[in-house]
Each structure stands twice: as C-alpha cells, then as structure tokens.
Ligand binder design. Structure first.
Ligand code: SF4
Ligand code: SF4
Length: 63
C-alpha cells in the first residue's frame, strides 16, 4: 500500500472477500490498512478495485 497515494475511498475494503482490510485514520486523512496479513490469499481483488494504483501487489505492501 502506498499510503501517500491512497485516498481512503474504501473500494479495496469492500472488494476483499477475506474482510481483512480496513480504513485507518491518520491525522486528518484515512488510508487502507491490512488487519491480518496471514489471511491474505493474494487474490488481487483489492489491487483491481483501486482506482489510484495505490496497492503494489496482491499481498499488500505498506510502502
Ligand atoms: S489480495 Fe489479500 S487483501 Fe487483497 S482482496 Fe485479496 S485477500 Fe484481500
Ligand atoms: S481502493 Fe486504493 S485509494 Fe481506495 S482505500 Fe483502497 S488503496 Fe486507498
């Protein structure tokens, strides 16, 4: 996840079948974050759902 690119729109959160994504508040901004990396199946749904290309690969990488 490229936090600087993330708008906090929540599309990836809605797309994740494992329900392991959430939106975190950071100052006056929101950004997506993964709750449990061990449950990520690398399905790529979050990457496909992101309009800003803020997720670098199926298994989210915090950058
Ligand atoms: S790649 Fe991982 S975080 Fe992304 S939608 Fe699939 S299970 Fe969820
Ligand atoms: S879909 Fe992209 S821009 Fe929207 S919350 Fe997820 S990572 Fe951020």
């Amino acid at each position: 996840m490229k936090k600087g690119c993330c708008s906090g729109c929540g599309r990836c959160v809605a797309a994740c079948a494992e329900k392991i994504l959430t939106l975190e508040v950071s100052g006056y901004r929101k950004h997506a974050a993964m709750l449990d990396t061990s449950r990520c199946t690398s399905c790529g749904a979050c990457t496909a759902a992101c309009p800003l290309d803020a997720i670098s690969c199926g298994r989210l990488q915090i950058q």
